[in-house]
Design a binder for this molecule. Structure first.
Ligand code: BG6
Length: 502
């Protein structure tokens, strides 16, 4: 059913996120009949635009962002609901005008016989330094005040701080004007179908759960590899680096879904509680362990798989020519609980790696003995379950099978499920589900203040040691490869290796 009536107010509507992800997500919702009849979007930014020129600006990229199956008809339906207002985000008076504009939009909708009912969804697509100031001003003019029949919610984009201390300060600033229930911290990994499917795969099937523990699983590998560089985000990335940019948020989302106990229901509270238990069970690395269990790298120039020659990170726009920022990070994490004690989770992520690919590989323990002649247990690949998150979304199970012939020989084969074969290729940005859920007040796929703070706690010791001991050997991997040698060493030391990704 369509979401509840509302006005979605986007701060930073002149930016890339709005054009490339948010409006295309609204388009997909509109096409699927999931936007309420009485819906309006109000874009806010510093640019001098009016409704028409704003619509033009968005229209330029729509067909491209939506891709195959773009329908002018759907776009026309959405287009008329887009509005714009110029605002200085730090000027309190502009917020008075915002109130007037919203009342006007509400009235317009009422005229249409559909009311937006005073429900407002504020989307802060702005740098994190503005989260506090904007919500303070919204609070001052009463726009965050929920009265009986209406709701006020705020979606914020990462980064949620840059370490534990700043995350706590940010949460405090948000709580000055809102209850936790009004805050929706978005992590687009939670919007990905294949990420949500980890829960379905584990908890909708009876055969998986009995195997999902330290008795049967040898270790888990989580890879989020990107072949792209830092593009035009050098200034942000210099401050963030691969660890902050990806691990406390996206990779820990994957880890949380993989390692959690079955929640009592799919309600937000129940799911959060189990995820938080996983994060609590992760033993933070001691400073000594950081030296052996954490690896960092930065790319130098190199050749990508398609033959393209690319420059070093240090030569990217807005990047220091002697930058010490890491563009690759790998960690070995362990959990102190009954299910996972002794099972390492290896995480790696980086820019300008050999391919653009995200997967989780779960390696099972080997059969205790190998009874088939001519087959050496060591030679046979261990059984492995691979959850392909993107691209080529699917699930693959590899196991040993008899190689046909008079001799009893065993080789590794793959059983493969591809989403596209079953469900076709449904274009989505990952934001559709999240925006729709927020409009309906379902916070299951959003992050609670606790979860964000726990994520930072896990990586804090790594950040501290890396900050205290600047890297000497950067750049230490070539663009187009799988990162620094030390990443391979991290597993080799434990008698393991990263799964080869073609
Ligand atoms: C963002 C990071 O949150 O996630 C980017 O800031 C990264 O650096 C992106 O490229 C990866 O998202 P996806 O959906 O392409 O895996």
């Amino acid at each position: 059913p369509p979401a509840t009536p509302n006005v979605m107010i986007i701060f930073g509507a002149g930016g890339d996120l709005t054009r490339r992800k948010l409006v295309p997500a609204l388009y997909h919702l509109c096409a699927a009949g999931l936007l309420p009849e009485s819906f309006a979007m109000l874009g806010l930014d510093r640019l001098e635009l009016d409704d028409d020129s704003f619509r033009e600006r968005i229209a330029e990229k729509m067909a491209e962002s939506v891709g195959d199956g773009f329908s002018l008809d759907v776009w026309e339906r959405l287009r008329g609901r887009l509005h714009y207002m110029r605002i200085d985000m730090l000027d309190g008076q502009d917020y008075e005008q915002l109130c007037e504009r919203l009342t006007h939009i509400d009235a317009l909708k009422q005229h249409d016989e559909h009311s937006t009912e005073g429900n407002y969804l504020f989307y802060l697509a702005v740098p994190p330094s503005l989260f506090g100031p904007i919500t303070d001003r919204l609070g001052e003019v009463g726009l965050l005040h929920e009265s009986d029949g209406d709701w006020r919610r705020v979606i914020i984009e990462k980064p949620f701080g840059r370490d534990l201390e700043s995350a706590v300060a940010l949460n405090d600033a948000l709580h000055r004007n809102m209850n936790e229930e009004q805050i929706y911290r978005i992590d687009h990994y939670l919007g990905k179908e294949t990420v949500q499917n980890i829960m379905v795969f584990r908890f909708a099937n009876g055969f998986i759960e009995p195997l999902w523990n330290r008795h049967h699983i040898d270790h888990v590998q989580i890879t989020v590899a990107e072949s792209v560089g830092v593009e035009h985000r050098g200034a942000y990335y210099e401050e963030a680096g691969a660890l902050r940019d990806m691990i406390p948020n996206h990779l820990l989302v994957l880890l949380g879904f993989l390692a959690m106990d079955p929640p009592n229901s799919f309600e937000a509270e129940a799911v959060r509680e189990e995820i938080n238990k996983v994060l609590d069970a992760i033993t933070p690395l001691t400073p000594e362990q950081v030296l052996t269990h954490a690896v960092r790298g930065q790319y130098g120039a190199g050749t990508m798989a398609n033959g393209e020659q690319v420059g070093a990170y240090r030569d990217s726009p807005d990047v220091d020519s002697e930058s010490r920022t890491e563009t690759f990070a790998a960690l070995k994490l362990q959990m102190d609980n009954w299910r996972w004690a002794g099972v390492p989770f290896y995480l790696r992520t980086g820019k300008r790696l050999a391919t653009q690919y995200t997967e989780v590989a779960i390696q099972f323990k080997r059969a205790p003995t190998m009874m088939f002649q001519d087959t050496d247990t060591e030679q046979l690949e261990p059984d492995m379950l691979v959850l392909r998150i993107q691209p080529n979304e699917g699930i693959q199970m590899s196991f040993g099978a008899k190689i046909p012939g008079p001799k009893m020989q065993v080789g590794t084969v793959n059983m493969d499920f591809c989403y596209e074969d079953y469900f076709g290729n449904k274009p989505a940005t990952g934001y559709e589900t999240l925006i729709y859920d927020c409009m309906n007040g379902d916070a299951t796929l959003f992050k609670h203040a606790d979860t964000v703070e726990k994520g930072w706690e896990i990586v804090q010791s790594v950040m501290d040691v890396w900050h205290a001991l600047p890297p000497r050997d950067f750049p230490n991997y070539q663009a187009g490869t799988w990162g620094p040698c030390a990443a391979g060493e991290l597993l080799r030391r434990d008698g393991r290796r990263w799964r080869r990704i073609e």
